[in-house]
Design a protein around this ligand. Structure first.
Ligand SMILES: [Zn+2]
Length: 81
C-alpha cells in the first residue's frame, strides 16, 4: 500500500483504496504526533486519520504499438524460411 504524508501531522501513513475512486485513498487511523500524554492517556486519533488523499498513479504497463506488432509479425514470418 502506498504511504501518503498526513496533512495534519506530516507522518507518512498507509492509505487504503476508496471504492470507486481509483486516484483517491483513505489514510489509516494513526496516533497523533504528541502521543497519548496530551489526552490523559485516552485513545485519540490524529485529526488527519481517515481523511481522503490523492494516491500516486500506478505505473502504467508498456503497451504494444502497432509498429511493434508489425515488427513481431515480420520476425515470425522470417523464422519460417
Ligand atoms: Zn496524522
Amino acid at each position: 500500500m502506498p504511504r501518503i504524508e498526513c496533512r495534519a501531522c506530516g507522518r507518512h501513513i498507509a492509505a487504503g483504496p476508496v471504492a470507486g475512486r481509483l486516484s483517491k485513498g483513505r489514510l489509516w487511523r494513526h496516533d497523533p504526533p504528541e502521543g497519548r500524554n496530551l489526552y490523559d492517556g485516552s485513545l485519540v486519533s490524529c485529526p488527519g486519520s481517515l481523511s481522503i488523499v490523492d494516491l500516486p498513479l500506478p505505473t502504467r504497463q508498456l503497451e504494444f504499438t502497432d509498429e511493434a506488432m508489425e515488427d513481431a509479425g515480420d520476425a515470425d514470418a522470417m523464422s519460417l524460411f
